[in-house]
Design a protein around this ligand. Structure first.
Ligand SMILES: NC(=O)c1ccc[n+]([C@@H]2O[C@H](COP(=O)([O-])OP(=O)(O)OC[C@H]3O[C@@H](n4cnc5c(N)ncnc54)[C@H](O)[C@@H]3O)[C@@H](O)[C@H]2O)c1
Length: 426
């Protein structure tokens, strides 16, 4: 029996912990042997769970890079602006890399990561988790089998969800472009990657985009509102109230995301959540934050051969990230509303529904993208164990290509023009 793949977790926050769960379910396939994170609380949690030696836990990724190589792979789950340096340094040390999306926050840095991994002969998987979702895989399989003929148009909607947007993109880690990245990269790189994937080998040749930050601005603050929800006299009339999003949930015994990520030094309970709302970023009035990323954005694309695609990201929705997709082909239409996948055949004028197996073992959540998270780690660990990069769906080259499309779409928005992809002119 082959020995388990040894992994070092760099960034033991929400994502680092989720991916590490694979070692609890399959200790024969993966072992956590090192941890780097400046937060003692986060570090200790993983150290205790996986019995990692003190000398193999660090408060910064640089310490891992300075040591002799002592594992097969690293999971890089640090904040967006801290992806490129550890990825390049650890690829050079010969570690295979699981890297959170976005790869990096500039096109130059994404290119450098890709080139370094290729030159160092290491495998890279970028956490475009949706590519590993069984339904998304089924969609690709149906397209490739010719079930809807030639693809003519893709329409794809990402409803972010009103309180998810307030949590992550108004109060939280991805609210400010200078601190993380622009919304199309931070949130929707998954979606442009899917569109790119579904378009097959076709290159996107033209892109345009519009979008802005709406509503979550100082001028929309209701009269009488305070700067913190716990002190606010008009909070009861506010759908974005932190009391409703966090405190009411923990009072009902709900401690998963988003409640789970707001207490950075302790487990969430009524006391720690109240404390976090009194002093921390998540208790701020949504009209008084330093947020600047878009709340709604559209992207239009034309691919080689005339295939068109249209993407919408919007904050103000009931659904949380439950994407809606329609792919129109010459012989049929494929539609997926986040619950049901079906193909309408133009010849027979009948619909066929498709179901996929969404079961995964252990503690990977069945909600959100938990199933896809499991399959992503499964693919990466299998690829490292067998030395077969073909098991990876979101490797360096295809991710670089779809990230380039994201940078080009954002350039089109900022410069109010159609960008001819691969060039810099109108
Ligand atoms: N694939 C997805 O669908 C998905 C979903 C959410 C987040 N993300 C991405 O995952 C990354 C991490 O997000 P998260 O939600 O886990 O954030 P997080 O804040 O919970 O975790 C990041 C961790 O990195 C640690 N860190 C900071 N500096 C470090 C350093 N110098 N060395 C080592 N560790 C360091 C922090 O202390 C923190 O624990 C981000 O890039 C984010 O955009 C991806």
């Amino acid at each position: 029996m082959p020995s388990p793949v040894k992994v070092i977790v760099v960034g033991a926050g929400s994502r680092g912990q989720t991916y590490s769960d694979f070692a609890s379910i399959h200790p024969d396939r993966m072992q956590v042997v090192g941890i780097a994170d400046p937060r003692p609380f986060a570090r200790r949690k993983l150290q205790e769970r996986y019995k990692v030696a003190d000398e193999d836990t660090f408060d910064d990724w640089h310490c891992v890079a300075k040591r002799e190589k002592f594992a097969d792979a690293v999971f890089i789950c640090t904040p967006d602006r801290l992806h490129k340096d550890p990825a390049v340094a650890l690829a050079k040390k010969g570690y295979h890399i699981l890297l959170e999306k976005p790869m990096a926050v500039t096109e130059e840095d994404c290119t450098e990561i890709t080139e370094t991994c290729i030159q160092s002969g290491v495998m890279l998987v970028v956490c475009h988790v949706l590519r590993y979702d069984p339904t998304i895989r089924k969609i690709k399989e149906l397209i490739d089998s010719g079930a809807i003929g030639d693809i003519i148009h893709i329409q794809h909607l990402e409803p972010v969800g009103f309180y998810h947007f307030a949590h992550s993109f108004v109060r939280g880690n991805w609210r400010n472009e200078a601190e993380s990245s622009f919304a199309l990269l931070a949130k929707s790189c998954h979606d442009l990657d899917l569109i790119h994937h579904w378009a097959g080998g076709r290159r996107c040749i033209k892109v345009s985009s519009f979008g802005s930050l709406s509503h979550f601005q100082r001028e929309n603050k209701p009269p009488g509102a305070a700067n913190r929800c716990l002190d606010c006299s008009v909070e009861s009339d506010c759908p974005y109230s932190a009391k409703k999003i966090y405190l009411d949930r923990v009072k009902m015994g709900f401690t998963r995301w988003p409640v789970s990520v707001i207490c950075s030094t302790s487990i969430p309970d009524i006391e720690s959540v109240t404390e976090a709302l009194k002093a921390g970023p998540y208790g701020r009035c949504v009209y008084e934050c330093d947020n600047d990323v878009c709340s709604n954005q559209v992207v239009n694309m034309e691919f080689e051969g005339g295939l068109t695609a249209s993407f919408t990201m919007v904050a103000f929705t009931e659904e949380l990230c439950l994407r809606k997709t329609s792919i129109c082909g010459s012989r049929g239409e494929l539609s997926y509303n986040g619950h049901e996948l079906r193909v309408f055949d133009f010849l027979t004028q009948t619909s066929t529904k498709y179901e996929v197996d969404m079961n995964v073992p252990g503690c990977f959540s069945k909600a959100g993208h938990g199933v896809a998270d499991y399959h992503l780690v499964d693919s990466f660990i299998s690829a490292v164990a067998s030395g077969d990069p073909l098991l990876i769906q979101s490797g360096a080259k295809e991710t670089l290509a779809s990230h380039r499309l994201v940078f080009e779409a954002e350039r089109a928005r900022l410069e109010s023009r159609v960008v001819l992809c691969g060039t810099n002119c109108v």
